[in-house]
Design a binder for this molecule. Sequence first.
Ligand code: ZN
Length: 72
Amino acid sequence: MDPARWDWRRSGYDDRVHAFPAGERASLIEAVCTHTVPYAKAARTHSGQRCVSCLLIVGDALAVDNSVDGPR
Ligand SMILES: [Zn+2]
């Protein structure tokens, strides 16, 4: 999993911004926290409250990446 390739989208279900795998085009897409939402209801925006689970999971992925490659 490449941690640099996330699409942050706001779910129309819970109005939180979740991290979805970039390039996801299925009719039902799944965030890294396992929140699922129809593609049509996932607005591509950073505005709104972010999902804490997604933040932590993506943050962990970035931390692992940095420990391999060094800080950027
Ligand atoms: Zn989430």
